[in-house]
Design a protein around this ligand. Sequence first.
Ligand SMILES: Nc1ncnc2c1ncn2[C@@H]1O[C@H](COP(=O)(O)OP(=O)(O)OP(=O)(O)O)[C@@H](O)[C@H]1O
Length: 759
Amino acid sequence: MVSVCSLSVCVWDRCFIMSSADDQLCLNISSSLLPSSSQRRKRPTTQQRWARKKQIAEKRRFSSSEDVKRPFVKQRKLQHNDTPEEEVQMQTEAPPLSPAAENQSPTADVTKRKPEKKKKKKKEKDAVTETGRSSIKTSSLFKHNPDIPAIHRPVVSQVKEKIFTTESFSDLQLHPHLVATLNKVLNVSTLTSVQKQTIPALLSGRDAVVRSQTGSGKTLSYAVPVVQSLQSVQPKVSRSDGPLAVVIVPTRELALQTFQTFQKLLRPFTWIVPGVLMGGEKRKAEKARLRKGINILVSTPGRLVDHIKHTLSIAFSAVRWLILDEADRTLDLGFEKDLTVILNSLNSTGPSRQNVLLSATLTHGVTRLADVCLNDPVSISVSGSDFSDHTAATAATSDPGPASQSESFAVPEALKQFVVVVPSKIRLVCLAVFILDKCKFSQNNKLIVFVSSCEAVEFLYSLFTSVLSANHKPSLHFLRLHGNMKQEERSEVFQQFSVSPSGVLLCTDVAARGLDLPQVTWIVQFTPPTAAAEYVHRVGRTARIGGRGSSLLFLTPAETAFITELANHNISLSEMKLLDILSTLMMDDTYRGRGKYHSKSSSKALEQEIRERATVLQTEFENFVHSDPESVQNAKKALQSFLRAYTTYPAHLKHIFHIRFLHLGHTAKSFGLRDAPQGLSSATGAHSKKPNHNKNRIRSPVKEQKKKLGSSQAGEKRFHPAQREVGLIRSEFSSGLDGADAKKKKKKKRKMSGEEEEE
Ligand SMILES: Nc1ncnc2c1ncn2[C@@H]1O[C@H](COP(=O)(O)OP(=O)(O)OP(=O)(O)O)[C@@H](O)[C@H]1O
């Protein structure tokens, strides 16, 4: 008699038998071995049991901020004399099934079916030879993974900010129509802490540097004084005055959102005209609007520079206000040049003006750099720490370095922050199951998933809409947002997600700053942010203005030191266990494995079943990716862009995020690729050929680049990692100025279409 145990061992053994030299272990899961859908439906007791378990797990997960107790991965500590080769072998193994489980399976069936199975296998093998894709080939998800280390949560005292005060807008000396508009149109009456401190300071004519947590109402803290001051100008402001206030924000969506806020505030003051300029819009139309006259000009930096250089009708002679919202991002490496052009243009023509910098993460370095455009500023920090007094000679760069490591950031008090440590191979399935958990098995969840590149967003979008949405109609609804989309589409998605009560937005950091999307319940950081400040902005898309929300950060075992980096900024996370997330697969039988798990099976058998189900889901993903050459190509592109983005982590985080720590084969699997693709080295330094036993480790991009340049590619441009980062930031936040090539192409195109560069 063949027991379940031996069947299982057979499954895992087959991994070994089929393992190829290049560490891509293969597990054949024949769809014929899976139960039919009618068989599946006959098992309501399992579902009920799991629904109950799930409820308990949910309660446990949220009742305490302590780690979830259930152990998942059986870990073995490395011995001192372990060689790297042994290290690979010594990963989590599938636990053997318990004797109880052995006795429970109708294994005789399996024995009886054996010859038939052999025939079927042969048939399938033949089919594979013919079509290349009839059989399901999936390398083992749960073997040869690095150990999941125990997470040490450093003790931190979270910075707390009180959101609301007891005072209201009517207590300030504002125009009654403005107060009425705030109450009736924007539905706000009580002042938030940042508004209480900032509005009077700005009304008194001071420059200001303002820091308060995400979602605390910073927009109104500058918009209200701007409107109050402009409506009182005599004689009345007119279009012909041109821009009186310039508001610079880093992304198009934020520009649109800020413009809409001004539109609402200006309802009673129709003679003051707001306008927005942003990359992706037609320059000609914008030029026409500028010529007509805009008094409050909201713009992304790149597009404003574009107009300064090419639009004669843009005149800054009357500008009284300059606002830099999300100032740390705007002053960041990628936009510094743009800002210099804007400041020079304003300084050369304008009268004296009030300047305001705002962000949830203004650091010492940024404020010091900002000193050049501020005049005796008042420093407002709701958490109480006076960040402007810092005297260290730091400069604003994308790598603030250790000088800013002690900088504390406030995150919303009602935000629950989690981290899950997932080996690379399992990342894709883990994300998918998490989404299923929140969107299929719980209701009214609205998720934002952050990914590091546009190509990766596109890849996940097409994978999830094709595989997950198809399997789980109608509960799953995906949207995507990234810098490579056409502006109309971006705006449409932004509006759609804003009004939707549920759904999943897959996006890059283009949605990380300032966006006020209502009712977002979960923020998922599928790829870790490049800085603690970016972490704060990403999670800040939920739990806004005193609301509740949760966030989940994905880290690989090699990246867990990022938890300490966040703790250095007083950010503390609770651990969510991988198995707890994957156990959602037991909520129904969509991805049922071929194991004979049933309600009375042991917990080890249950773990085995969960792993099998995860493998079935991964197989579906891989089948989709490998279903046609185009989708393979898309997955490769996504992988390549992910690797490229990985090289841009700042120097002080390289000990955590270094491309050399990535395993190319495992990373490829998280893009649904069965094998590590060849030839990824040119842009990323990735190495997929097999020069030695460490063949799947990715080599240093710098070394690879040197090697390449030494040979045939002497003419190719060499980029420093910092330059690559600027390139990525600029393309991602592109607000009018595109890369050199794209610019040339566009110029050519414009010339052909007869559009004038100059007015
Ligand atoms: N006084 C108030 N009372 C109630 N709601 C308010 C008040 N002020 C602002 N809000 C609302 O709070 C939300 C968040 O405001 P806002 O976008 O200005 O936050 P923020 O501090 O700029 O966030 P971020 O740092 O993420 O950009 C908005 O929906 C806004 O309408």
